[in-house]
Design a protein around this ligand. Structure first.
Ligand code: NAD
Ligand code: UFG
Length: 349
């Protein structure tokens, strides 16, 4: 049993990971400033699992808060999700992204050092590879991010590599796993927690579910002239519950190993935009009207993972089907048409 601090635990991936951690018998402490999430998500994690989460409301950049947290709620490992994640916004507000994602991680690592906590799982991203030269993408592919968000993730990976090396050299065992996620979609099978983007979703899957539930008229497909099978963009979509379980496996790896490793989490299978629309329609019986528009600037044609290292080091592989991704995502969207706000708006709570 581990005692785990989950930064950004109220967010989309963090909330699903807290469920899997609690289900595996771990104790969970959550730190979130709710800049992109709702405390309701933490309530629901506790309702789903019947187990408590110790919640600290605050910012990962706040060193004195972190020191107080490590004193009040001693942990042995950290899973670090807290970050800003909108690629387009990162181009317009690079300093906010380096501040939050890079400086936030530096502050966290300094506080961890002071508290002698030297195990961390970090949310990296397939975006660190940029436009891939070869598919599937293995971890030794060159890193070539092309926006501030992607750079912030690659920089943190380098920081973690150096931090581990220094600690190990000084005889203080440290271990860090950077998980490079491909495209997480779907929701917990209960439909009680899920992705709740603020404003217009920039990602494909939540856009599809919002069209299906009637919040938006149609999906804009960003180009059908890509060099792919049907001309639309291809990605490696993985179920968020599989992704969450990958973190629990990474935590087990940290306990048994030292040093830094970066590991892809994906299915190894590419799905086009139109294939995703069709899969969603098949799984739910709901039609998703769409219109093809121009390519989105900064997009790449295709991207999918070589997930062999995750299998070899963590014993992890994705098990959920595309149908389960669509079905669970739709269950969440239907039960919560306005995300966590749907519940908060209900009288008598
Ligand atoms: P999310 O926005 O739902 O979750 C992030 C959480 O962190 C939110 O609850 C937010 O309120 C919190 N947060 C942000 N800055 C904070 C700060 N300074 N202090 C405390 N809390 C803070 O995003 P997500 O989709 O769950 O992503 C989690 C992590 O995974 C992020 O690091 C993201 O970059 C990474 N990631 C996400 C994807 C994806 O497609 N969702 C893909 C690759 C990597
Ligand atoms: N797409 C549409 N219409 C939309 C939204 C997306 O056609 O309304 C297309 C895109 O052009 C792309 C595919 O659907 O071909 C997937 O797009 P997403 O925005 O869902 O995902 P990306 O792979 O572009 O980006 C996501 C995250 C990044 C992360 C990256 C790799 O948004 O933060 O995955 O992990 F870096």
């Amino acid at each position: 049993m581990a005692r785990v601090l989950v930064t950004g635990g109220a967010g989309y991936i963090g909330s699903h990971t807290m469920v899997e951690l609690l289900a595996a018998g771990h104790e969970v402490v959550c730190l979130d400033n709710f800049c992109n999430s709702s405390p309701e998500a933490v309530e629901r994690v506790q309702a789903i699992t019947g187990r408590p989460v110790r919640l600290f409301t605050g910012d990962v950049r706040d060193r004195s808060l972190l020191d107080a947290l490590f004193r009040a709620a001693p942990v042995d490992s950290v899973i670090h999700y807290a970050a800003l994640k909108a690629v387009g916004e990162s181009v317009a507000r690079p300093l906010a992204y380096y501040e939050n994602n890079l400086a936030g991680t530096l502050t966290l690592l300094q506080a961890m050092d002071a508290a002698q906590v030297r195990r961390i799982v970090f949310s990296s991203s397939a975006t660190v590879y940029g436009a891939p030269q070869r598919l599937p993408i293995a971890e030794d592919a060159p890193l070539a991010p092309f926006n501030p968000y992607g750079h912030s993730k690659a920089m943190v990976e380098q920081v973690l590599r150096d931090w581990c090396a220094a600690a190990v050299a000084a005889g203080r065992p440290a271990a860090a796993v950077a998980l490079r996620y491909f495209n997480p979609v779907g929701a917990h099978p209960s439909g009680r927690i899920g992705e709740d983007p603020a404003g217009t979703p920039s990602n494909l899957f939540p856009f599809i579910t919002q069209v299906a539930v009637g919040r938006r008229a149609e999906l804009a497909v960003f180009g059908n002239d890509w060099p792919t099978e049907d001309g639309t963009g291809v990605r490696d979509y993985l179920h968020v519950v599989d992704l969450a379980r990958g973190h629990v496996r990474a935590l087990d790896w940290l306990v048994a190993h030292g040093g830094f490793v970066a590991i892809n989490l994906g299915t190894g299978r590419g799905i086009s935009v139109l294939q995703m629309v069709q899969a969603f329609e098949r799984a739910t019986g709901v039609r998703v009207p769409y219109r093809v528009v121009a390519r989105r600037p900064g997009d790449i044609a295709a991207c999918w993972a070589d997930p062999a290292l995750a299998q070899r080091l963590l014993g992890w592989q994705a098990t959920h089907t595309l149908e389960q991704m669509c079905d669970s995502g739709w269950r969440w969207q239907q039960a919560n048409p306005d995300g966590y706000r749907s519940q908060a708006a209900r009288p008598g709570r």
